[in-house]
Design a protein around this ligand. Structure first.
Ligand code: FES
Length: 360
């Protein structure tokens, strides 16, 4: 396959430009507790989340229109209200002020906070911060989380990255780095020269990297019968704009068929906090359990959770965050010198660039 790596990355939109008409993961649904406001900055805008009495989530700008106090420091009241901690104005779930405890109690017409659509789906809360109508059917498919036996799901984990979303996404789209950054854990020396194929369909980009006769990396050792020592290793990546990724990773299977092999759906959900920081939600969902012993499967679940956090927090993050600092320290604009391993990231950047132009 001829790989086109014309330098689109360098021409891509500046990192401070966000795709707004898109769904972003705001947080894991389990982390929004009833009766408690939750503060998180997304696309450089401070937001407060809370649950209505019926459990449905709410998102609004975390800034009172009176003296700009953070509503997230206030209290959730009956009737789906949040009360400002400073002078007690109360706002409803749509962001309109519904109670003014001062003077004659009249509510000024400007006493309103912007709210955003937020949806609970696939055990995640998704937010839409664009001006077009929020279409829930555009939420990417993470149904691997739905109704699954908890023993198959690694910890629903979170990292805050001191680096742009773009750098973290590029890291995930280039799995060749696993041979160096995660050697022995996720990649091996055998996987540097994996066969790479790319497909694109209506904005979804799929990148496959398959190595024959590879060692089984330690991440997959627990998931794989001991009789399998060297086998096919695959990483099948699905990218949905702007920054939601599943990497179906594993080993074995006749002809490298994942359905009959051993591995997991590695879910990576990235959301810009600012143009220089990102929210990183991750978890993995196994299939083809090789043991009926649920205690053993729970122990495997915990080992996978720990190993994945180690790989992302202690191995990826230091490199990516230092990358960001090196970019920031440059006295001139940088153009990346691209390699064949960048082909997936370049394709996704092209799709994103087109979406950004349509987003204006
Ligand atoms: Fe919120 Fe005054 S700052 S009521």
């Amino acid at each position: 396959m001829k790989i086109d790596i014309a330098p689109v990355l360098a021409d891509a939109a500046p990192a401070h430009r966000y795709l707004r008409n898109a769904w972003y993961v705001a947080l894991w649904a389990q982390d929004l507790e009833p009766g408690k406001p939750f503060a998180r900055t997304i696309l450089s805008e401070p937001l407060v989340f809370f649950r209505r009495e019926d459990g449905r989530p709410v998102a609004m700008v975390d800034r009172c229109p009176h003296r700009f106090a953070a509503l997230s420091m206030g209290r959730i009241l009956p009737g789906d209200r949040i009360m400002c901690p400073y002078h007690g104005l109360e706002f409803g779930a749509d962001g309109a002020c519904v109670h003014n405890p001062h003077g004659n109690g009249q509510v000024p017409a400007t006493a309103r906070v912007r709210s955003y659509p937020v949806v609970e789906k696939h055990t995640l809360l998704w937010i839409w911060m664009g001006d077009r109508e929020a279409d829930e059917s555009l939420i990417p498919d993470y149904s691997c989380f739905d109704g699954v036996d908890p023993v198959r799901v690694s910890k629903r984990d979170y990292l805050r990255m001191d680096a742009s979303c773009e750098l973290v996404v590029n890291n995930l789209l280039d799995t060749s780095h696993t041979s160096y950054v995660h050697t022995g854990i996720l990649g091996t020396g055998d996987t540097v020269a994996a066969r790479t194929e790319i497909q694109e369909d209506r904005g979804t980009v799929r990148i496959s990297r398959i190595s024959d006769n590879s060692e089984v990396p330690s991440m997959y050792r627990d998931l794989t019968p001991a009789s399998i020592q060297r086998t096919t290793k695959w990483n099948l990546i699905r990218w949905n704009a702007p920054s939601n990724i599943i990497i179906q990773g594993g080993v074995g299977g006749p002809g490298g068929d994942p359905a009959q092999g051993f591995g997991y759906d590695g879910c990576h959900l990235l959301t810009p906090e600012t143009d220089r920081s990102a929210h990183y939600h991750f978890a993995a969902v196994r299939w083809n359990l090789i043991s009926d012993d649920m205690a053993e499967n729970e122990a495997i679940r915990q080992r996978i959770s720990q190993l994945r956090r180690f790989a992302f927090a202690d191995q990826d993050a230091p490199i990516i965050e230092m990358q960001q600092r090196r970019i920031d320290a440059s006295r001139e604009p940088l153009r990346p010198m691209l390699l064949s391993v960048d082909v997936g990231a370049v394709r996704c950047q092209r799709v994103l660039k087109q979406l950004l132009e349509n987003d204006r």
